[in-house]
Design a protein around this ligand. Structure first.
Ligand SMILES: Cc1ncc(COP(=O)(O)O)c(C=O)c1O
Length: 376
């Protein structure tokens, strides 16, 4: 094999666009406009174009994006926000930080995404919002979720940190990008994300102009005019250097997406039918941008399987080993083991394989051959 197998290959990806990236960085260094330089508004314009004209506001990271969204929607202490219990901690963290009450619900076994029936069952007079997380790169079932939210006058904040570029098709044939379907979409440009910068970065998108203005004010200390603070805000800005890098990388996003999908197609073909695992199920309504390629193991000890892969120099990861209701910081009295059986089962049986923009067929055929050879 030509290259060591890694979960992500940011170095290989950088080498291919090095001259463009180096020049973009050098321009920022020469201008020294490190905060709110012109590259930031240029990137916001590209982001808006990418999201079919929705307003795009950048911020410091994806976690801040979620927090700013909830601040902009004026949620008050004690308000309830419904979210999947099988997700990255950031979603619950900001809810707790703002004094809101996280209300966990289970996910669907096949899609890993929020279970709409459970959302409905958990709506109370205190519920203000639902946060679907488009896990691993595929949109949650947004059409019924949006209808449910509308019937109950709830806000929808999409966490699309893992699904940048995914598209959802509605029954009437209309197609919308992840992030643009709810009231606000929040994403992350963490380096390993499908569109990643070289540090922390994040953004919010919304089709509501007034909300967009409020978001950009909150993200910058609540000020519209410097030193005049109309709202309580936060200091959460995308660095100019990161914006310059993202301006280069967003031009390649379609290709990056196709590369990931090609890897997923390869895995699908080579691994389908094996008795000890199931391959990811593709949703009928959403494209999959494969931030992760996640298998469910059946009747196999995951640690044993991971050690076997590791012994053949094949890395793997578990997203996520502990559902939120078992995390020490997020335990809610009355919620016991068995409360969310699907998430509990998934946290025991999921395993993500290497997937990134630079994988080649030699690597893929080697990984799949070793997996096929596995004896439980
Ligand atoms: C689903 C999800 N939500 C939120 C975040 C938070 O993004 P960040 O790490 O940029 O704060 C991440 C990524 O790390 C994520 O995967």
């Amino acid at each position: 094999m030509t290259h060591k197998i890694t979960m992500v290959d940011l170095h290989g990806q950088y080498q291919k666009i090095k001259p463009e990236i180096d020049q973009a960085i050098q321009e920022v260094l020469d201008s020294t406009a490190f905060i709110k330089g012109p590259q930031v508004s240029q990137f916001e314009k590209s982001l808006s174009d990418f999201h079919d004209g929705a307003h795009a506001i950048t911020c410091g990271n994806g976690t801040d994006a979620l927090q700013i969204a909830m601040m902009a929607l004026d949620f008050k202490s004690g308000d309830e926000v419904i979210l999947p219990v099988f997700t990255y901690v950031a979603t619950a963290e900001v809810i707790a930080l703002l004094g809101l009450k996280p209300v966990f619900v289970d996910v669907k076994k096949d899609s890993f995404n929020i279970d709409i029936d459970q959302v409905e069952a958990n709506i109370t007079p205190k519920t203000v919002a639902i946060v679907p997380v488009h896990l691993y790169g595929q949109c949650a079932e947004m059409e019924p979720l949006l209808a449910l939210a509308e019937r109950n006058k709830l806000f929808v904040i999409e966490d699309y940190a893992q699904a940048f570029g995914a598209e959802y098709t509605f029954k009437d044939g209309s197609v919308k990008k992840a992030g643009t379907m709810g009231d606000i979409g929040c994403t992350s440009f963490f380096p390993s994300k499908n569109l990643g910068c070289y540090g922390d970065g994040g953004a919010l998108v919304t089709t509501d102009k007034l909300l967009a203005e409020k978001i950009s004010i909150i993200a910058n200390h609540g000020q519209r005019v410097k030193y005049y603070h109309d709202l309580i805000g936060v200091n959460s800005r995308l660095d100019t250097l990161q914006a310059a890098i993202l301006n280069v990388k967003i031009k390649h996003i379609k290709k990056y997406e196709q590369n990931r999908q090609a890897v997923a197609d390869y895995y699908d073909k080579a691994l389908s039918g094996l008795p000890f695992l199931s391959i990811p199920v593709r949703s009928a309504n959403s494209t999959h941008v494969f931030h992760q390629y996640t298998l469910q193991l059946k009747g196999v000890d995951r640690d044993h399987f991971r050690q076997y892969l590791e012994s053949h120099s094949i890395p793997s990861m578990v997203y996520y080993p502990v559902p939120l209701h078992f995390q020490k910081a997020y335990q809610i009295s009355g919620i016991e083991k068995g409360a969310f059986p699907i998430s509990e089962k998934l946290s025991d049986c999921v395993i993500s394989l290497p997937i990134h923009t630079e994988m080649d067929n030699d690597q893929l055929s080697y990984i799949c051959e070793k997996i096929r050879d596995y004896k439980a």
